[in-house]
Write a protein that binds this ligand. Structure first.
Ligand code: ADP
Ligand code: TRP
Length: 503
């Protein structure tokens, strides 16, 4: 056990705070640590180091709760409140981000009262490899500690995003479809990314080179890319923590792929699902291009170039991340240098597949069962009006069913909770008709996506603005990619006194 922890344990002893030592491997999120230790998020205590105006404070909250910033501001009488930056964190705590202990000497400490609803709580020790199980009543012994009411219980969905420290997150989207996104894409992918981007450093790119595996008509590809860029940018809105770029604007992706080809075995790639599925669908090897076969290696290059910690993807992509880890490991071993980080997939469990307006199959453009986000109002209205509700209900006065009723499924995601619950009650009693609830869904969606739809119009009529975003994104991406490639070239032996290449 390292010295920092030993010292900290001594201090705890002096204060009369009991603890149990729980050791574990270094895992990426509090959730993973808790899972490893056999506990839930409600049994975790998270130390937030916050900057309140010019002062720093420590706030301890339970893992399944979220901070109400306004309450904190009012209580502390400050105007500005935010998380401490990585540097500030390191300077004040002297430990890696995510490892903060409950008691940080010299820092005003506030503990949310929900912590005390638990008899014991697992929290930081100063090391990412050790968690301490504290008796919560003992925490009141921390000098000057205040017990406060700062939080509310989080929904399950948000819990899985309790990631330790700031991570580098990367994801790619292939413009193989027409590029327009529907509410299924939003709920299944975009929304998670926006959530992750609040506290992490994110890279998001349009995997246009990947798209060449299937789209081989110039006009079609260009149109797909354009639409996808406009859709994504409009939904994302705030790009503060997001570097958004096109894969083809960063040539290091393909350069790294070429190098990785040499540490990737044929067997590994032959086991990839995408390729195997094609073979099973009666396609012969003659019908499969090498771009498709090598797809996982380009994807590994995409991820490894940025020393990515986490890759949020759909379940179908999990194998690609495993292959990426294999390739990274193989490179590091072959060249005897730890250049690449082994990324983790981030597949939020709660993101079930969103069913389409037919109420039967996954919402998907090709099945024609979508609700669009950026189409004309009339189109969206029509999609909403044709949404599957309750087939057993003949008249608006018949008692209706909520389960499997897609209008309410969507309302649960987008609607104002109180109003939705009210409507559900009325619907079950036969006091509100299908048309009325559908109208409400339509209005709800229009309101929910109004900012994104406005951005879409703005960006569409202002290509220069889009271009600027892409140029800036590509420059930032290239900077990171270049640094990695310098290391890679060096590690494999491509730089010696006779090498003249400069990025
Ligand atoms: P698909 O998964 O149908 O091929 P895309 O590749 O365009 O569609 O999907 C982009 C992202 O949106 C993926 O992360 C995918 O998991 C997510 N997504 C697509 N359709 C749905 C859906 N009906 N429900 C939830 N997520 C979805
Ligand atoms: N293969 C991914 C998909 O079909 C897209 C993708 C390409 C990607 N490169 C990536 C996703 C790198 C994450 C990281 O969804």
């Amino acid at each position: 056990m390292d010295e920092t922890v030993k010292k900290y344990l001594n201090e705890l002893k002096k204060m009369g705070i009991e603890y149990q030592i729980l050791e574990h491997p270094q895992l990426i999120s509090v959730e993973k640590v808790q899972e490893y230790l056999g506990y839930g998020m409600a049994d975790a205590g998270a130390t937030l180091l916050m900057k309140a105006d010019e002062k720093f404070v420590a706030i301890i909250r339970r893992g399944d709760t979220k901070l109400d910033n306004n309450k904190v501001k009012i209580f502390l009488g400050v105007e500005n409140l935010g998380m401490a930056t990585e540097e500030e964190f390191a300077k004040i705590t002297g430990v890696p981000s995510g490892a903060a202990s409950v008691y940080i000497k010299g820092l005003p400490t506030y503990i949310d009262k929900k912590v005390f609803e638990k008899k014991y709580i697992n929290a930081g020790s100063g090391s990412l490899l050790v968690t301490l199980r504290y008796k919560t009543s003992d925490l009141k012994k921390i000098p000057g500690v205040k017990i406060v009411d700062f939080t509310e219980i989080k929904s399950d969905e948000k819990i899985s995003k309790t990631i330790i420290g700031k991570k580098r997150i990367l994801s790619g989207i292939t413009p193989s479809g027409d590029g327009s996104l529907h509410i299924g894409n939003y709920l299944g992918a975009v929304r998670q990314f926006i959530e992750l981007a609040k506290n992490n450093e994110c890279f998001l790119f349009v995997a246009d080179i990947h798209a060449l595996t299937t789209v081989q008509k110039r006009e079609e590809l260009e149109k797909n890319i354009e639409t996808l860029i406009l859709n994504e940018l409009s939904l994302l809105g705030d790009l503060t923590n997001i570097t958004f770029f096109r894969q083809s604007d960063v040539p290091m992706h393909t350069e790294l792929q070429s190098i990785l080809n040499n540490v990737t075995s044929l067997g590994l790639i032959k086991r990839a699902h995408a390729y195997k599925d094609k073979l099973q669908k009666n396609q012969t090897e003659e019908d499969i291009n090498m771009g498709l076969f090598n797809y996982p290696i380009l994807m590994a290059a995409d991820i490894l170039l940025y020393k990515t910690d986490m890759v949020p993807v759909g379940r179908d992509q999990k194998q690609h991340i495993e292959i990426t880890r294999d390739i990274a490991d193989s490179f590091n071993k072959t060249f005897n240098k730890k250049i690449f980080k082994l990324p983790e997939p981030f597949i939020p469990q709660e993101v079930a597949v969103v069913l389409g307006t037919d109420g039967k199959r996954k919402m998907s453009k090709s099945l024609g069962n979508i609700i669009s986000i950026f189409d004309d109002e009339a189109v969206i209205k029509k999609q909403v009006m044709s949404t599957y509700t309750d087939p057993t209900r003949k008249h608006a006065t018949d008692p209706g069913h909520i389960e499997g009723n897609m209008v309410f499924t969507y309302l649960d995601f987008f609607g104002e909770k109180k109003r939705v619950e009210e409507l559900k009650g009325l619907y079950k009693e036969g006091k509100v008709g299908d048309v009325e609830v559908k109208n409400f869904l339509f209005e709800t969606l229009m309101k929910y996506f109004a900012p994104a739809r406005a951005r879409y119009q703005e960006l569409k009529s202002n290509p220069q603005q889009v271009k600027k975003i892409l140029i800036e994104g590509a420059e930032k991406a290239r900077e990171v990619a270049r640094a990695t490639m310098v290391e890679v070239r060096e590690a494999v032996g491509l730089t010696n006194q006779y090498s003249f290449f400069k990025y």
